[in-house]
Design a protein around this ligand. Structure first.
Ligand SMILES: Nc1ncnc2c1ncn2[C@@H]1O[C@H](COP(=O)(O)OP(=O)(O)OP(=O)(O)O)[C@@H](O)[C@H]1O
Ligand SMILES: [Mg+2]
Length: 594
C-alpha cells in the first residue's frame, strides 16, 4: 500500500543534486542512449506526422471526386496506419533499449549501497529498524528507475513536443491557435504544480499512516507466539484497526484533493479545446480552413493534452523519487565509527596471544561498562571468563572482534594493536559462537557451510560430527537438508547452538570465542561438546564465557569479571583456595545442584 516513492522528509522540493549523481551512470552506455534517443525522435516524428495524414485523408474524403476516392485515401490510410504503428513500436523499442541502462544503474547503485550499509558499525544497525532501512534502499533504487525513465523519456520529450506543435500551429494556422495552446499549457502546468504542492501533505499523511499500520502488522505477526501466550489477539486487532482507521481518514482527504486536482486539469483542457475548436470551426465556415484542418487541430490537441495530463503525476513522482534517492544517498554519506587506514597491514598470527591493556569502554559516556581491564591470554591456552550477568563478558568479545573500539587502553594480538591491522584479517582470525544465535532460513547444511562457503561437503560433515549434530540429523526425515525456519526457530535452543558451533569449526580460525555456547544443552550433551571443543581448540587460543562453572574447571585460567573490572584470576583450584568471589559463585552453584 505504501507508494513506492514516499519519503518522510524533504518531499517538498526536487533535489537537483541527485541528477548530478545519476548522470555518470547514463554516460556508461553512450551508444545505447544515442540509439534510444534516435528511436525517440523517430517515434515523435511519426506521432507529429499522423495528424497531417489524417487531415489529408479527411480532405480527400470530403472531395466529391469519386474517381480518386478509392486510390488516394487507400495510400494515405496505409501511411496513417503505418505512422501510428511505428510511433508505438519505436516507443517500445526505445524503452527496451533504455531498460538495460536503467537496470544496470539500479544494480550498480544498489550494490554500492548494500556494501556501504554492511560496512557501517554495529551501533548504527542496532539503532535502526532493519525494515525501515531496507525500504529506504528499496525506495531509493526504484526512485532511480523512475527518474531515469521519466526524466529522459517523458518530461523532456513532452516539452519538446509541445514546443514543436505550437510551432506547427503558428506556421500553418496563425497566432490564434498557438496563443491559446501556450496559455493552456502554462495554466495547466502552473495549476498542477500549485495543487500538487498543496496535496503533498495529504499524500504524506496517508503514507505515514500506512507505514504505521504496516509496522504494527509486521511486529504483531513476528511476535505471534508472544501474542498467543498472553491471548492478546483482540488487543492486537484493536491496535491495528486504530492504525487502519487513521489510514482510511488520511486516504479520504487524499482522494478529495485528487478530485480537486483532476477537475481543475480537466476544466483547463476542455476550455482550451473548445476554444480551439471554435476558432477552427469559424475557419471552416469562412472557407479559410478545410474539414481536414479541423480534424488535424483536434488530433493535435488530444495528442498534446494526454501526455500533459500525465505531467502532474510525473511532477509529484519526480519530487518523491529525488527525495527517496536523497534519503538513500544520505546513508552513503554515513561512515563507520570503526576506522582503518587504507594501508593497514594484515594481522599476522604467529602464536595467538591476546592482551587487553588497561581497556576502558562505555556504550554511553554516563555508564562505564569495562574499567581499566588488564587481561593476558597466553598462546594456545584456554581462558574462561565468568561473572554475573551484565558484568561485561560479551562486551569484551565485541571489543576483540572490533564491533566497538575501546575508549581507553588497547587490545593486541601477538603484539599487534588490533586497531592498526586490516579489519577483515582480524575478523577472519577470530571465530565467535555468539550468545544469541540467529540462523538464515535455509537448510542446516547450508547454515553450517556459511562458516566457510568454499568448504567441501566432506568438511561440512566433519564439522557436523565434531559438533555432535550427526545423531540429531540422522533422525530428521530430510536430514541435513531440513530447513531451519525463520531465524532458526524450528530448531531447539541446543540444536541451534550446535549448528553455530559446527559453523565456527568450519571457519577454522586460530582464535576461538565461545560465548555461552552450550548454555542451552543438558549437562550430558554439554560435557561431550565441551570435550569436543577441548579437542578442537587444542592448538588454538580460546576464550570461553560460561555461567555454569562446572564447564570451565579445566580451563588453563579462569578470570572473574565483576562490574566491568577483573577481580580475580587463576586456575580453578587456586581460585577456590582464595575463598573470594569465585569461591562464592562455586559454592552457590554446588548448593543449587544438590
Ligand atoms: N549496545 C549496547 N548499548 C548499550 N548498552 C549495552 C549494549 N550492549 C550491552 N549493553 C550493556 O552493557 C552491559 C554488559 O553487557 P554484556 O552483554 O557484556 O554482559 P554479559 O556479562 O555478557 O552478561 P550476560 O551474562 O547476561 O550475557 C549490560 O548491562 C548491557 O545492558
Ligand atoms: Mg553475555
Amino acid at each position: 500500500m505504501i507508494p513506492s516513492n514516499y519519503a518522510d522528509n524533504a518531499e517538498r522540493e526536487i533535489h537537483w543534486r541527485v541528477f548530478k549523481a545519476i548522470w555518470p551512470h547514463l554516460l556508461d552506455y553512450r551508444s545505447r542512449i544515442a540509439l534510444a534517443l534516435f528511436c525517440l525522435v523517430l517515434s515523435k516524428s511519426a506521432s507529429v506526422s499522423s495528424p497531417f495524414l489524417l487531415k489529408h485523408i479527411v480532405d480527400s474524403l470530403s472531395l466529391d471526386a469519386r474517381s480518386s476516392l478509392l486510390v488516394i485515401p487507400a495510400a494515405l490510410l496505409l501511411a496513417y496506419g503505418f505512422a501510428r504503428f511505428s510511433m508505438i513500436l519505436l516507443g517500445e523499442i526505445r524503452d527496451t533499449i533504455f531498460g538495460r541502462v536503467t537496470e544496470r544503474a539500479m544494480r550498480k547503485i544498489g550494490l554500492q549501497v548494500f556494501r556501504h550499509v554492511h560496512g557501517l558499525d554495529l551501533d548504527f544497525h542496532l539503532d535502526r529498524r532493519t525494515g525501515g532501512l531496507s525500504s529506504d534502499i528499496e525506495r531509493g533504487i526504484s526512485g532511480i528507475n523512475f527518474l531515469m525513465r521519466f526524466f529522459v523519456f517523458n518530461i523532456i520529450p513532452t516539452l519538446l513536443e509541445i514546443a514543436f506543435v505550437i510551432g506547427l500551429l503558428l506556421y500553418n494556422y496563425g497566432a490564434g491557435f498557438a496563443i491559446i495552446t501556450i496559455i493552456a499549457v502554462i495554466l495547466y502546468i502552473g495549476f498542477s504544480m500549485v495543487t500538487t504542492d498543496w496535496r503533498t501533505e495529504f499524500v504524506r499523511e496517508a503514507a505515514q499512516a500506512d507505514s504505521k499500520a504496516s509496522t504494527l502488522r509486521i511486529e504483531s505477526l513476528l511476535n505471534y507466539e508472544t501474542v498467543k501466550y498472553f491471548t492478546n489477539e483482540e488487543y492486537e486487532a484493536a491496535r491495528y484497526d486504530k492504525a487502519l482507521y487513521a489510514w482510511e481518514q488520511a486516504k479520504r482527504k487524499n482522494r478529495l484533493s485528487l478530485l480537486g486536482l483532476n477537475t481543475g486539469q480537466a476544466l483547463i483542457i476542455s476550455v482550451a479545446m473548445a476554444s480551439m475548436m471554435w476558432l477552427a470551426a469559424e475557419g471552416v465556415a469562412d472557407g479559410s480552413m478545410t474539414i481536414g484542418d479541423f480534424v488535424l487541430i483536434n488530433a493535435f490537441m488530444l495528442q498534446l493534452f494526454l501526455p500533459l495530463n500525465f505531467l502532474g503525476f510525473v511532477y509529484r513522482e519526480i519530487r518523491g523519487s529525488t527525495a527517496n534517492i536523497e534519503n538513500m544517498f544520505a546513508l552513503m554519506s554515513l561512515s563507520s565509527k570503526i576506522h582503518q587506514t587504507d594501508d593497514a597491514p594484515p594481522l599476522n598470527i604467529t602464536q595467538g596471544a591476546i592482551s587487553f591493556n588497561q581497556v576502558s569502554f562505555a556504550f554511553s559516556p554516563d555508564r562505564p561498562i569495562l574499567k581499566s581491564l588488564d587481561l593476558c591470554v597466553e598462546p594456545g591456552t584456554q581462558v574462561a571468563i565468568v561473572g554475573a550477568s551484565g558484568a561485561g563478558k560479551s562486551t569484551l568479545t565485541k571489543l576483540l572482534f572490533r564491533f566497538y573500539d575501546a575508549d581507553q587502553g588497547h587490545i593486541a594480538i601477538d603484539g599487534q594493536d588490533i586497531t592498526a591491522v586490516n579489519l577483515e584479517s582480524l575478523r577472519q582470525a577470530i571465530g565467535i559462537v555468539p550468545q544469541d544465535t540467529v540462523l538464515f532460513n535455509d537448510s542446516i547444511f547450508e547454515n553450517i557451510r556459511y562458516g566457510n562457503p568454499n568448504a567441501t561437503d566432506q568438511q561440512v560433515h566433519r564439522a557436523i560430527e565434531l559438533a555432535h549434530l550427526a545423531e540429531f540429523i540422522a533422525v530428521l526425515p530430510e536430514g541435513s537438508d531440513t530447513i531451519v525456519g525463520e531465524r532458526g526457530l524450528k530448531l531447539s535452543g541446543g540444536e541451534k547452538q550446535r549448528v553455530t558451533i559446527a559453523r565456527t569449526i568450519l571457519k577454522q580460525p586460530p582464535i576461538l570465542v565461545f560465548d555461552e555456547a552450550t548454555s542451552s544443552l543438558d549437562s550430558q550433551s554439554e560435557r561431550s561438546i565441551m570435550s569436543a571443543l577441548q579437542e578442537i581448540s587444542k592448538d588454538h587460543t580460546s576464550l570461553i564465557i560460561a555461567h555454569r562453572l562446572s564447564t570451565v574447571v579445566n580451563a588453563d585460567k579462569i578470570v572473574v569479571l565483576h562490574q566491568g573490572a577483573l577481580v580475580e584470576q587463576g586456575t580453578h583450584d587456586q581460585l577456590l583456595d582464595k575463598k573470594g568471589r569465585y569461591f562464592d559463585l562455586w559454592t552457590a552453584q554446588l548448593r543449587d545442584q544438590s
